[in-house]
Design a protein around this ligand. Structure first.
Ligand SMILES: [Zn+2]
Length: 323
């Protein structure tokens, strides 16, 4: 491991810590107009919540590099990247993304994507790593949609798959309440990347794409039924696809209090879901990188704490499996 950190997409790293690697950047956030629906303040609060409750120390925190246009170009078109970065985005396209364009927004999305790539790189070395952002699965190669400008999961998967003849096989487990439509579209013809999306059928996006596996849930689905669906599908996916890396989108918008979800999971249900997923993957000796996905509430502290469930679970699994 010594000296190897230079090969990571990291600004700096903390080799002194042997605990769960957490990937975070202060530039994960940007300014938004007052009363904007997207809870931007959650990103630093997730980290604060983990530090305050002594789940982690700052020695565990790795800062990603900004994603280069070259890196983003493995998924996004040159024209879209150039227009997005320079602000040549029409009013109509801005409305579809849900965000007014700003240079801060561009920077935020690029650091977030760099963060997901770094989280995957560390996971491959150490078995498990967790970002405090990521999961922007509605972004397509040539346009943004539904609060997603760059598809960090797709860029991460494509980059980590590699280009040599011995490509890695990557499984994307997307348990955000919304379908991972951008990711599904991007990898529809890529046999080395398997997209699994479990989501609420009646939720955004209206027009679904076809993932390698879609599990559509009814409105109001509760903990027990939800967990049984995860347990029904994940083991055989791991057994048959045999991934070299799992990217896990642990969106908390299936929660009953969520403003945009339509399901009825509790905090305990999300905890049990995350614990099941991480244990199932780690027990097979497969590395896993986690991103936080969606979660919508006016109460930023409650929301940030809910997003931090995955890091709490990951810390427990890290300790219990002696990673
Ligand atoms: Zn979502």
């Amino acid at each position: 491991m010594h000296g190897a950190w230079r090969s990571f997409n990291a600004e700096h790293t903390r080799l002194e810590s042997r605990a769960l690697p957490i990937v975070h950047h202060v530039k994960y956030i940007c300014d938004l107009p007052e009363n904007h629906r997207f809870p931007m303040g959650k990103f630093p609060k997730v980290l604060e919540s983990l530090l305050k409750d002594q789940v982690i120390t700052d020695k565990q925190v790795w800062a990603p590099k900004i994603a280069s246009t070259e890196l983003l170009g493995c998924v996004h078109t040159e024209e879209y990247l150039s227009n997005f970065i320079s602000g040549k985005i029409s009013e109509k396209d801005q409305r579809r993304t849900g965000f007014p364009w700003s240079s801060g927004l561009v920077q935020r999305c690029r650091y977030e994507t760099g963060g997901t790539v770094l989280t995957g790189e560390i996971a491959l070395q150490r078995g498990l790593a967790s970002s405090t952002a990521g999961g922007t699965h509605h972004a397509f190669p040539s346009y943004g949609s539904g609060f997603c400008l760059l598809n960090d999961l797709a860029v991460g998967a494509k980059h980590l798959m590699g280009e040599s003849t011995s490509r890695r096989r990557i499984l994307i487990v997307d348990l955000d309440v919304h379908q991972g439509d951008g990711t599904a579209f991007i990898f529809k013809d890529e046999p080395n990347i398997f997209t699994f999306s479990m989501h609420c059928g009646k939720n955004f996006p209206v027009r679904k794409q076809q993932s390698d596996l879609d599990v559509s849930l009814e409105d109001g689905t509760e903990d027990k039924e939800y967990l049984s669906k995860v347990q029904e599908h994940l083991p055989w996916l791991l057994e048959t696809f045999r991934p070299d890396l799992v990217l896990y989108d642990s969106g908390v918008d299936p929660h009953w209090e969520d403003e945009l979800g339509r399901l009825r999971l509790t905090d305990e249900g999300l905890y049990q879901r995350d614990l099941y997923v991480l244990q199932a993957v780690i027990k097979k000796g497969i590395p896993v990188a986690t991103v936080i996905g969606g979660g919508y509430s006016r109460d930023i502290d409650r929301l940030a704490r809910r997003h931090s469930i995955i890091h709490r679970v990951a810390s427990k699994v890290w300790r219990e499996h002696g990673l």
